[in-house]
Design a protein around this ligand. Structure first.
Ligand SMILES: [Zn+2]
Length: 136
């Protein structure tokens, strides 16, 4: 499998929307639980394709959390059949805490990689001339 392999995003979005309906959760809540920003879902909708890694991450997340009260749609069943180890791993993973932070330098909210990371990507780029340990 090539690391550059992609999947059309519409297929994943249809599974995400099915999960949203059966779980009764909002796009925002699901995005945050996956460690993304609140407008992540919208940014996915604007794309044509996503990487196979992101596709598998999303499918594993949704498959591991699919409510037992609802029948799994066939893409979810097939993912569980083909990648049981990825689903088991996602089931064990705790929901990521809302890692969204406000940038130190501007009003942007962004997903921080940790306490060392306090500037949004745009500001980090702007300060790129500084040694990286100063801008984290
Ligand atoms: Zn900023």
């Amino acid at each position: 499998m090539s690391r550059y392999e992609t999947r059309p995003v519409f297929a994943v979005l249809s599974v995400m929307n099915a999960y949203r309906r059966v779980s009764g959760r909002t796009r925002k809540a699901i995005s945050i639980e996956m460690g993304r920003t609140t407008n992540w879902w919208k940014s996915l909708e604007a794309r044509g394709h996503i990487t196979i890694e992101l596709h598998n991450e999303i499918m594993a997340f949704i498959t591991s959390r699919w409510p037992k009260s609802h029948a799994m749609p066939s893409p979810v069943r097939m993912f569980l059949r083909d990648h049981p180890e990825k689903v088991a791993e996602a089931a064990r993973s705790k929901p990521r805490p809302a890692a969204e932070r406000k940038c130190l330098c501007c009003p942007t909210r962004f997903v921080s990689e940790g306490p060392h990371n306090r500037m949004c990507p745009v500001c980090r780029q702007r300060f790129a001339g500084l040694p990286s340990q100063m801008v984290g």
